[in-house]
Design a protein around this ligand. Structure first.
Ligand code: MCF
Ligand code: FE
Length: 403
């Protein structure tokens, strides 16, 4: 089949935007350019139309999707305490309908794939029928030395249940919750598995000032938090040692708001990525990632919504619009280009899918939509896309029309 649009945003290495472009595809993209050979089925999308790679939400927690107003925003530790208090209730309340609603919202906004952090494995029965591609990260969390064996066994069961679904549309991975919440013995065990099986990893890292202080000095709000819940009051690991553990893996560090230059340089050295969740960071009031610094270290980053546990929406166009407005340190025209990369090609790399750009041989995962009027300067197209798009007209996954 062939589609034709005013603008085809390829997201290839040279960020090529083809005017009056065409794309021929079946399950995969076959050819892309202008004046391509005739096809039996052809659609011209018309005035002010755009085709671009479908979006990829690299980091979510769908198991928390029943949260609307229950969790307490405005302070990281207060939020964390509210998660501990309401976690079970939220999980019980999120069943078929709730997962469907979450996936529907992503679908409408043109998302073809998402990275799911699963702490229990209970979401697997809903996600195995997902119309969107899933990268399923089995989370390991827990610091009590006495619980290490039990937690590890439980993790292995969840991992093997998810690995049974492994395929083109379903990838499995590992999530190490964070440097403050996982026993180092557990970290080593699961990183070993990731290395052996070549699985992608995600880890929350340096999300809050409280985390920074706790890991550096063993003091601050986290000290009180740990004394209250877990009776242990010493951090297990230094941030740089934590990062070192991920050498020779394919890891994405989520948040990194308080990562210092040494840590960013280590993240670059081990070829890891960063997942940036600006709305979540704002709502938990932890501050804003310095994207200019991340760029100076040449670290690739994705932008993600995080879960409805720390966001009001899973719509990635809304997320990158928020990012565009928040990051006043960067020029909107160039930031917009980077943000589109963040939710396509960069996120695809992090999750391990063969999509994220429109190039021959890539999966035909793409969206179409229309801008409200003509764009006079092609250079401004990414910015106009981010300002004016909330939902897409069509979403193709593996060449199949999903929306
Ligand atoms: O990314 C946000 C904020 N940082 C850390 N964790 C979570 C986020 N959203 C949900 N979580 C989950 C996490 O996966 O909340 C639990 C973990 O299972 C926090 S620790 C009780
Ligand atoms: Fe998260």
């Amino acid at each position: 089949m062939k589609l034709k649009a005013n603008y085809v945003v390829t997201m290839n290495k040279s960020y090529e935007i083809i005017e009056n472009g065409e794309i021929i595809f079946d399950k995969e993209i076959i050819e892309i350019g202008t004046n391509l050979p005739k096809c039996e089925k052809e659609i011209d999308l018309g005035e002010n139309s755009v085709i671009m790679p479908a979006l990829i939400n690299s980091h979510t927690h769908l198991e928390f999707s029943s949260n609307k107003t229950l969790l307490e925003y405005g302070d990281f530790i207060i939020w964390l305490n509210s998660v501990i208090k309401h976690r079970e209730t939220l999980f019980v309340e999120c069943k078929t309908e709730c997962f469907k609603k979450a996936i529907d919202e992503m679908k409408k906004s043109g998302i073809c794939a998402f990275g799911e952090i699963s702490s229990t494995g209970d979401d697997l029965k809903y996600l195995k029928h997902s119309p969107l591609k899933v990268a399923y990260f089995n989370e390991i969390i827990g610091t009590a030395p006495g619980a290490v064996d039990m937690l590890y066994q439980d993790f292995l069961v969840r991992l093997s249940e998810s690995q049974a679904l492994e395929g083109k549309n379903f990838k499995t991975g590992i999530s190490i919750h964070s440097p403050y919440s996982v026993h180092p013995v557990l970290m080593d065990k699961v990183i070993e598995i990731a290395k052996k099986k070549n699985l992608p990893i995600q880890a929350h890292f340096m999300e809050s000032k409280a985390e920074r202080r706790w890991l550096d000095e063993g003091e601050g709000e986290f000290k009180l938090f740990f004394e209250k819940h877990f009776k242990n009051a010493k951090p297990f690991i230094k941030p740089i040692e934590f990062l070192e553990k991920f050498k020779n893996t394919k890891t994405t560090f989520v948040h990194c708001v308080y990562a210092n230059d040494k840590e960013l340089s280590k993240i670059k050295e081990i070829k890891a990525d960063i997942a940036h969740c600006p709305v979540s960071n704002r709502l938990l009031n932890v501050g804003l990632l310095d994207l200019e610094r991340v760029k100076n270290f040449s670290i690739d980053y994705s932008v993600a919504t995080d879960g409805l546990s720390s966001n009001y929406s899973l719509n990635l166009f809304k997320e990158i619009r928020a990012a565009l407005l928040m990051h006043i340190e960067l020029h909107p025209k160039y930031l917009a280009k980077d943000l589109l990369k963040a939710v396509t090609i960069n996120a695809a790399k992090e999750l391990g899918f063969n999509n994220g750009s429109l190039e021959p041989g890539k999966d035909a995962d793409m969206v179409t939509f229309k801008l409200p009027s003509k764009v006079t300067q092609k250079e401004l197209l990414p910015l106009q896309i981010i300002l004016h798009t909330n939902e897409v007209d069509h979403l193709f996954i593996n060449g199949k029309l999903i929306k």
